[in-house]
Design a protein around this ligand. Structure first.
Ligand SMILES: [Fe+2]
Ligand SMILES: [Fe+2]
Length: 400
């Protein structure tokens, strides 16, 4: 075999290359941070799902871009600080006054600029000496293009894309020794948003009985009748949305946590939204109901969100999700025995995804307590004392 031999392209020198990656890094980091902040406030389920999927893509892209910067620049101080023009773009993203406005800016300005610039980069880089960049950027640009396609119908088009001022985002200057750019945290949430056709009440769906959520094998009730399954899966979809919103906010509100924490939260946000999508599809196809048929409540969201990060991880990941694992496996067994194989199968995957979610609680809870596992277990025990037998904070219903 003989390798094809082509002329070298002039390409970018290593410094220019690293500086381009640094600009991409800053855009992606800000988009992940702000998408996490706005996600709970997007009512439309499809758009909420897309944001979660895309911010997970972008978080993984950031990990790879960071790695490439390390390869190119080690041991210097990258990613450096954005220059004035990039800072102005990032500030515009931060200035959004609503979820729709944010989505219009992120998908109408920031992502298109990223795509254009990466295309320039791919066009010019030398495909042999800089093949690692070629591989990485091809993947990142394909993801960004998918993000634009998947949101084209649900976002407002910005009349002025504000792009005239930046021609090639990658070529913008980066201040190597500048102060690190800090991420701005949005005001705390009051409640998240649901599709406009979903009724939100204080008590939620009165049909959902406590026996659905207890872990005692004697008392636990697996919903088997069609009517109770409809209510149950509807409540479960809402619980998945709540889970996604809590994880997104964990990432947004604690920007100084290690980068891996944000990747873990992004993954869980997407998982929970995918679970919601499973129930969204299962309802009309297997159960005879639809999203929005019954009321939902924000009381569980409020009860967890009121805690700091450590409390949220202890109560949600290490308690709620940990206990849901047992119920999912029981539900799977009972439904399999009853011949509802398709519905039972759902619980098989929910259960598998729950394992890393529970692990997120331990991993980052212990991190917050300086590596002291015993202290984290104590914290979990202490907070569990405030819960009723369904695993919900007293007075607030659980729905998973
Ligand atoms: Fe879930
Ligand atoms: Fe989960």
């Amino acid at each position: 075999m003989t390798f094809p031999v082509d002329e070298f392209r002039r390409g970018y020198d290593v410094d220019e290359n690293a500086s381009r990656f640094s600009n991409y890094f800053h855009v992606l980091r800000e988009v992940v941070h702000l998408s996490n902040g706005w996600l709970p406030l997007v009512g439309d389920f499809e758009l909420k799902y897309r944001l979660g999927d895309h911010l997970h893509d972008d978080a993984r892209s950031i990990s790879k871009v960071r790695r490439r910067l390390y390869e190119l620049r080690h041991p210097s101080d990258y990613p450096g600080t954005p220059g004035d023009e990039l800072t102005a773009l990032l500030e515009r993203l931060n200035s959004a006054g609503s979820a729709d406005e944010y989505v219009a800016l992120a998908y109408g300005e920031a992502k298109p600029l990223l795509i254009d610039s990466i295309r320039v980069h791919l066009e010019r880089l030398d495909p042999v000496s800089d093949e690692p960049s070629l591989r990485l950027l091809s993947q990142v640009v394909a993801r960004q293009e998918r993000h634009l396609e998947e949101t084209a119908d649900s976002r407002q088009q910005t009349a002025d894309r504000g792009m005239g001022r930046i021609e090639d985002l990658g070529a913008l200057p980066i201040a190597l020794k500048g102060e690190p750019r800090s991420l701005r945290v949005m005001p705390p949430l009051d409640v998240p948003a649901r599709d406009s056709f979903v009724e939100v009440t204080e008590e939620g769906d009165p049909f959902l009985a406590e026996e659905l959520y207890v872990n005692d094998p004697e008392l636990n009730h697996v919903p088997v009748e069609p009517e109770e399954q409809r209510h149950f899966f509807h409540g479960l979809m809402d619980a998945e949305l709540t889970a996604a919103e809590l994880m997104a906010r964990n990432s947004h509100e604690y920007p100084d946590m290690p980068w891996d924490f944000h990747v873990d939260m992004a993954r869980q946000t997407w998982d929970e939204l995918r679970h919601a999508k499973v129930h969204y599809m299962l309802m009309p196809t297997a159960l005879g109901c639809r999203w929005g048929d019954y009321p939902v409540t924000f009381s569980y969201f409020r009860s967890i969100y009121a805690h700091d990060l450590l409390g949220r991880l202890a109560l949600f990941n290490s308690t709620s999700e940990q206990k849901a694992m047992w119920r999912h496996s029981r539900r799977r067994e009972v439904l399999t025995d009853r011949g509802q194989a398709k519905v039972a199968m759902v619980f098989d995957y929910l259960l598998a995804d729950e394992v890393p979610h529970v692990h997120n609680g331990v991993r980052w809870g212990v991190h917050l307590l300086d590596g002291d596992e015993a202290a984290y277990r104590r914290k979990v025990r202490e907070l569990r004392e405030g819960l009723d037998e369904t695993g919900a904070p007293r007075e607030a219903p659980s729905a998973a």
